[in-house]
Design a protein around this ligand. Sequence first.
Ligand code: HEC
Ligand code: HEC
Ligand code: HEC
Ligand code: HEC
Ligand code: HEC
Length: 478
Amino acid sequence: MQKIFVFLMVLLMLPAVCAAETSEVFPVDKELFPYYPSLLNMEKGGVDFTPPQTCGGCHPEQFEQWQGSVHALAFVDPVYQGELNKAAKAVGTDVTRQCEGCHTPAGMMQGETDGAGFSGLTDMAMNGVSCDICHSVSGTTHWQTPTHEPENGSLVLAPGVDGKRVKRTPFEPSDGCGGGFHECEESSLINSADLCAGCHQVYHYEKHFPIESTYQEWKHSPYAQRNIACQDCHMVETDTFLRVADNMEKPDREEYRHYFNGANYLLYHLAKGSAIKAGDEALAENLDHKYNMAVKRLQSAAGLELTPVYNNGALIELKVRVQNLRAGHNLPTSLTNVRQMWLEVTMRDEEGNVLLSSGTLDDNGQLDGDTRLFNSDGMGDDFHFAIDPWVITSFSKHETIPPRGYKDVRYAVPFSAGENVQVEVRLRYRQADQKVAEALLGAVPDDIDLKKTYGLEKVPALPVVDMVTKTARLETAE
Ligand code: HEC
Ligand code: HEC
Ligand code: HEC
Ligand code: HEC
Ligand code: HEC
């Protein structure tokens, strides 16, 4: 009797077990992806990774350009370390391996990293996305990933072949290429967007929901159609980037630089504080240069157009058009649920009395509730708002602006007693909401002392960049 009961129980449980196995939305080939949920792969070829300082000995220009870059800081970044620490506590190494695969590929694959913190790590691990990560890429697994798209580090890294170091270059190798230290191998992958794709396309570690989609946004853009790759805008000086974006033409061979400059001026700002604390003036100056480049890039990314709207001859609305002029992907991109880009609009009558104000920051660095933000809101399985990448499995809204596209926002003009209306519109940007930044920097592991390393007594008001400012005088009657 009991046996039959147990048998029945087993029978009843079977469908549940099967359902659990087949309910995996995207089946995963665990043999191909031994570091899952990171999709990195390594073919060591009998050779260890080489730390960037060694490469820099023979390639000083590339080293100086890369040093202090967001790639160089990708692992030590205190904002990352804060979030990584939270991830480790919430989910454990199931998720941190995924993070580390992109933020310190060598550290993760060599089994050095174990969540947040720096203790016992080699130079190779501390230096994030360094020379020997990109120049060891021998192939991709973009088509074999669970989503059949590039995601979560779908790259194959082969630092060596048959016991010899091999570095990939987009050019036909010169005689003696590598100076006896390494061999050179020509690879078209190096200057293609596919090199960047695996890391710049971040999916939820389990559900494979695309949380950061820079690569996909670019792939469906007019830039991709004209073969303008990530490198053509992010591995050049600012003037070259402007020419590339406006004329859709590729840079010349000698114009490439290793800056990987994007929008994260806050990280350069923090790192500069740390270089000053450490007495490294050259590095502080280097970081200052990168800070200015990021600000300049943001200030050339967008355009604003102001148009008054009349009804029966009377002014009723202001139409603000925000254009993505020069970003090769959506504006903003990547961490769209964390970055903030918004409109600040002020309307005044002729005496200067404020008629309307929207998008102003209060004393605590908070935006008013009806601010028009161009961002996304993450949503968890329970359909509630979520901010952490291990919780987000969809977006409840996504308001970013496509490449070469625009979004219109309309503001009703308040009653102005027949007077003309003076408006000022600013498109503003910061890395995160003040409270979000405070929470992340408050969660850094014990190895990071914000005061000792960065000279921060407390998290300061996050710097805001004005991307574009426009003023206009609106006639009340047409
Ligand atoms: C597929 C590669 C990839 C994975 C996996 C990944 N990241 Fe990132 N992460 C990035 C890229 C690329 C950026 C830069 C985006 C930007 O600057 O807009 C980034 C930026 C960040 C930032 C912002 C840093 C700053 O200074 O503003 C944080 C925080 C972060 N990641 C945390 C994590 C955590 C925690 C995980 C694991 C749950 C994770 N990342 C997994 C690629 C990845
Ligand atoms: C994020 C990936 C990435 C990282 C990190 C990286 N490189 Fe490169 N590197 C590239 C790409 C892409 C090119 C090809 C640029 C082009 O088309 O000319 C390149 C080109 C080069 C070249 C050929 C000459 C030139 O400057 O174009 C050398 C030498 C080089 N890299 C050395 C280094 C060294 C040394 C480091 C570390 C200090 C480094 N790279 C870090 C991606 C990377
Ligand atoms: C002992 C000196 C030495 C070291 C160390 C060294 N390289 Fe080189 N490398 C050279 C020489 C010499 C060339 C030939 C072309 C040149 O001068 O840039 C070269 C060429 C290259 C090229 C091809 C450039 C081109 O124009 O096609 C790449 C990419 C490269 N190295 C990357 C690296 C990386 C990454 C490291 C560290 C893992 C490294 N190198 C370490 C000496 C060195
Ligand atoms: C036509 C030039 C252009 C191309 C091509 C381009 N970008 Fe950008 N990128 C920009 C500009 C301008 C910004 C600054 C505005 C912004 O944040 O979107 C930027 C910003 C970024 C940021 C920082 C986003 C943030 O707000 O934190 C990342 C990361 C990035 N790009 C990666 C990439 C990758 C990866 C590719 C290729 C798949 C690429 N970009 C192609 C111009 C370009
Ligand atoms: C091994 C993974 C990896 C590869 C490959 C990679 N990146 Fe990144 N990249 C990252 C991570 C991680 C960050 C963010 C680090 C952080 O914010 O702490 C980043 C940051 C950046 C930023 C700075 C964004 C900002 O907000 O300022 C730019 C620009 C960028 N990458 C461009 C590129 C380009 C161009 C390529 C291809 C040539 C590339 N990346 C290849 C992992 C990678």
